[in-house]
Design a protein around this ligand. Structure first.
Ligand code: PHE
Length: 445
C-alpha cells in the first residue's frame, strides 16, 4: 500500500479544485445550454441552483473527502461502514467515466481549433464561413477521434506520472491568463453590432419562462456539471487535503470563480451570436466553435493570435478538469484492486477513451444516433443529480451532526446550522422534484 499523496498547501488544493471546476463546462457547455434554454431566464435559475444547491453540496463533498481520506467509495465506507450511502460513491465512479468519455471528444475539438489557428487553416476564412468549417471537421471521418485520442493521451500521461506539481503550476499561471483573455474578449464583444441584443438575451429574463420546468432541469444539470459535483471529483480531491485547511472559504472561492468564468464567457459569446447571421443561440454543442472564430476573424490579423491563445488556454482548462474526472476512477481502482497508479491509469484511461469513440463519431460523422447527447443527458439529468441528492442526505441526516460541523469547522455557527438545513431539506427536495420531472418527461416523451 502506498501512502496517500497530499496537497502541500491549502492554495494548492484550491487551485486544483478550481482547475477541476473551471473547464469546458464554463465556456462550451454553459454557452450552448444557456443558448438553448432561453438565456437570461436560464442564467437566473442557474445562479439560484448554484447557491441553494451547488454550494451546500460542494461543501458537503469537501467534508466527506477530507474526513474519509480515501477515494469516493472508500470515503463513504470509512465514515459510515456497512451503510447504503456508498451507493453515491459507486454511482460517482460510473458517472465520472461517462462524463470523461465525451469530455475528451469536445476537448479534442478545442485542440483541433488550436492547431488550425496555429497552422493558419482557421484564419482567413470568409465571414459566416465557420459553420461549414466546423461541420467539415466533425463530419470528417476519423479526425474527431484522432483529436480525442491526442487529448486523452495528454490526460493519461499526466495522471500516469502523477505530476500534481505541474498541474498546480499550470493552474496558477494559465487560469489567470484564461480569465484575462476572456475579459478582454468580453470587452471586444461589447463593441459588436449584436452587443445590445446579446446582453439582453443573457441578462433580461423572460419571467413567463420562470416556471418552465425544462429550464430548471437544464440549470440544475449545468450547476452540477460546472462545479464538478455529484460524482466524487471533489470528494477525491479533498481526500488529499490536510486537516488544517478551512473548507467553507475554499468552497465559496470555487463557486465564485467558477460562476464568474461562466458569466464572462457568456458576455463574450452572446453578442457574437447576435452579430453573425449564420449563428443562432440554439445551435447546440457547436455554438462556441462557430461563433468565436467569426469574432477572431473580424479582429483582422491579431485575431489569429487570439484564436491561438484562446483555444490553447481552454484546452489547458479542459485538461485540469479531465484529470480530476480520471482521478476518480484511478484512485478507486488503486484501492479496490490494490494496483499501482500507473496500471490503474492505463486500465481506466484506455477504457474511457474507447467508450468515447461513438460520441466522437456521432456528431455529423458516420454514426447517425447522437450518442454524445445520450451520455450527456444520462449524466446531467439523472446520475449527477442523484449523486448530489444522496450526498446531501448523507451529510444532512446520515452522518452525526456534531461530527459534520466539526469536520467542516462550523461548530456552533449560524452558517453551519443554515448549511445543515439546506442539506437536509432544500437541496434534496429541489433535486428530487427535478429528478421526478425528468423521469416523467422521459416517459411521456
Ligand atoms: N466542472 C468541469 C467543467 O466545468 C467538468 C467536470 C465535471 C469535471 C465533473 C469533473 C467532474 O468543465
Amino acid at each position: 500500500m502506498e501512502t496517500r499523496e497530499q496537497f502541500a498547501t491549502k492554495l494548492g488544493f484550491i487551485l486544483a479544485a478550481v482547475g477541476s471546476a473551471v473547464g469546458l463546462g464554463n465556456i462550451w457547455r454553459f454557452s450552448y445550454v444557456a443558448g438553448e434554454s432561453g438565456g437570461a431566464t436560464f442564467l437566473l435559475i442557474y445562479v439560484i441552483c448554484i447557491f441553494l444547491i451547488g454550494l451546500p453540496v460542494l461543501l458537503a463533498e469537501f467534508s466527506i473527502g477530507r474526513r474519509g481520506q480515501s477515494d469516493v467509495v472508500g470515503s463513504f465506507n470509512n465514515i459510515a461502514p456497512g451503510k447504503p450511502w456508498v451507493i453515491a460513491g459507486i454511482l460517482g465512479v460510473l458517472t465520472s467515466f461517462l462524463i470523461l468519455s465525451f469530455y475528451g471528444v469536445i476537448a479534442g475539438w478545442v485542440l483541433y481549433y488550436f492547431f488550425s489557428f496555429v497552422t493558419g487553416q482557421a484564419g482567413g476564412i470568409e465571414q459566416e464561413g465557420y459553420g461549414e468549417f466546423f461541420e467539415a471537421f466533425i463530419g470528417g471521418g476519423l479526425s474527431p477521434v484522432i483529436w480525442q485520442f491526442i487529448f486523452m493521451a495528454l490526460v493519461l500521461g499526466i495522471v500516469f506520472f502523477g505530476v500534481k506539481k505541474g498541474i498546480e503550476l499550470s493552474n496558477k499561471v494559465f487560469m489567470p491568463l484564461l480569465a484575462l483573455i476572456l475579459i478582454f474578449l468580453a470587452g471586444y464583444s461589447l463593441t459588436l453590432d449584436g452587443a445590445g441584443e446579446g446582453l439582453a438575451f443573457l441578462f433580461s429574463p423572460d419571467w413567463t419562462a420562470f416556471g418552465d420546468f425544462n429550464v430548471w432541469s437544464a440549470a440544475i444539470g449545468q450547476a452540477f456539471f460546472t462545479l464538478s459535483l455529484g460524482m466524487g471529483a471533489m470528494i477525491t480531491y479533498s481526500s488529499y487535503l490536510s486537516k488544517q485547511a478551512k473548507l467553507p472559504s475554499a468552497a465559496g472561492g470555487v463557486v465564485a470563480l467558477d460562476t464568474l468564468f461562466a458569466i464572462v464567457a457568456g458576455i463574450v459569446i452572446f453578442p457574437a451570436v447576435f452579430t453573425f447571421a449564420s449563428v443562432e443561440p440554439g445551435d447546440g454543442p457547436g455554438l462556441i466553435f462557430i461563433a468565436l472564430p467569426e469574432v477572431f476573424n473580424l479582429m483582422g490579423g491579431g485575431g489569429v493570435i487570439f484564436g491561438i491563445f484562446f483555444f490553447f488556454l481552454v484546452a489547458i482548462a479542459a485538461l485540469s478538469s479531465a484529470i480530476s474526472l480520471l482521478e476518480v476512477s484511478v484512485s478507486y481502482v488503486m484501492r479496490q484492486l490494490n494496483w499501482n497508479r500507473r496500471k490503474a491509469t492505463l486500465l481506466a484511461g484506455v477504457a474511457v477513451t474507447l467508450f468515447g469513440v461513438p460520441s466522437a463519431l456521432s456528431q455529423g460523422g458516420p454514426i447517425p444516433f447522437d450518442f454524445l447527447d445520450l451520455v450527456d443527458t444520462v449524466t446531467d439529468q439523472y446520475t449527477l443529480p442523484l449523486g448530489g441528492f444522496i450526498i446531501a442526505l448523507f451529510v444532512g441526516w446520515g452522518w452525526n451532526k456534531v461530527d459534520v460541523l466539526k469536520e467542516t469547522g462550523l461548530t456552533d455557527t449560524t452558517i453551519g446550522l443554515i448549511w445543515i438545513w439546506f442539506l437536509r431539506i432544500i437541496a434534496p427536495v429541489g433535486i428530487l422534484l427535478i429528478l421526478i420531472q425528468n423521469v416523467i418527461s422521459a416517459i411521456t416523451g
